[in-house]
Design a protein. Sequence first.
Length: 448
Amino acid sequence: MSPRFLVLADSDSYVKWGAAFASRLPAGWRAELVILSTPVAPSDRQLRTALAGSAFDLSDVTFVELHELETHLAARRPDVMLLALRGPLVRVVTPIVGRYPDRPVLVSGFPGLTIPAEPKAIIYREQVDLIVLQSRREVREFRASADQLGIPVGLGLTTLPFLSERARADVPGNGIGASSAFERTDLVFAAQAKVPAEREDRVLLLGWLVDAARRRPSRRVVVKVRARRGEAQTHDEAHDFAELLDDAGVRAELGGSLPPNLVVEDGPMAEHLERAAALVTVSSTAVLEAVAAGVPAVVIDEFGIAPKLINTVFEGSGLFGGAEAVAGWDARHPSSEWLDDNYFHGREHDDWSVLVGELLERRAAAPLALRARRYNLTGGMLRRAFERKRMLGEFDRSLAGSVSVVVAVPSRWVVRRVRRVRRLLAGEPTTPQLGAREVRAPQLVDAA
């Protein structure tokens, strides 16, 4: 019988990734897309955008609340379940799925760049069977981190599923771009929620885009945003680019009236790349989509190259450029040496399906045991209730969740202040070091 594959997703980034992943399953697999109701669930417009180019449309999607999940699993009986969820939510969902008799093989992963391999990203997923990663470098770094943590999770190699299906040999290194039904004239800026974080940096970046628009008035400069006002995203955005451009004070800083060829648009990135002569970003996964589509790019290095900017993976790519590269439309293709180790290894080298097949054989022989949770156990049931409430918000209606907020929030504040004072008295750095059982949250990727 054909394996049944269920994708459980939450935010727009993870829906896009999960839907694309399930659209490229081996022949004969049957796939279903379910969205867990959370405060970051995508709007209908975001959902249409996320599903563009996949095998799914709006009518194929089922929404469930967490308390309905076990009933849904009992009705669908999936063989494999892709937890296309933010890390803290993977930690909430995994034990629930693990209670289900003859539970499915549990797979998780990320919708974009995951270098460096933060320990917390693995700890959130310590109970799944397999984490799929999208480059050889990611597999190496995650294996080293998992070994250091003592977490024997499986790691599989895949390819970012929403990249172009063009052969690896066609990935640009020779300056030849993919064909397009449209004239490639736009400079597309892929905006992100988390980087750059500071308002003044965002205004500075908009200034470079304004300059680019003024230098080439016959071409469009597109600020491509992930969400419209009031829509949720995978990551909170403190200073929305569209709102900054609407601000009279910002407009004054940028030289008064904005050039008419500077526009703000949303929609699928693939459609924007059809018209793009170049792509600009700080670190978005959209760079990889551009590379696959033959579109040259600039990864902005004016704010530095550091893990918090999620751009260290591009070292050695030849894509870094500054303000003049943006304003001057000076985009470029990545070096061939960088490509093979970073996301363009070729689908023939992917091994995730083989590893899932081995897990399915084990499951056929005997029910899979759920690995015991080892990390962040302090607080017991109250902590788990708080983790659930923090991720589900109003969609967690349990008494334990409400109680946990009353108790945990003040307690967390006190504990953090006490730790900070102890470090100051001991002359230690105020940023806590990674310990064996409590690990800081990672800088997560803003996926395109």
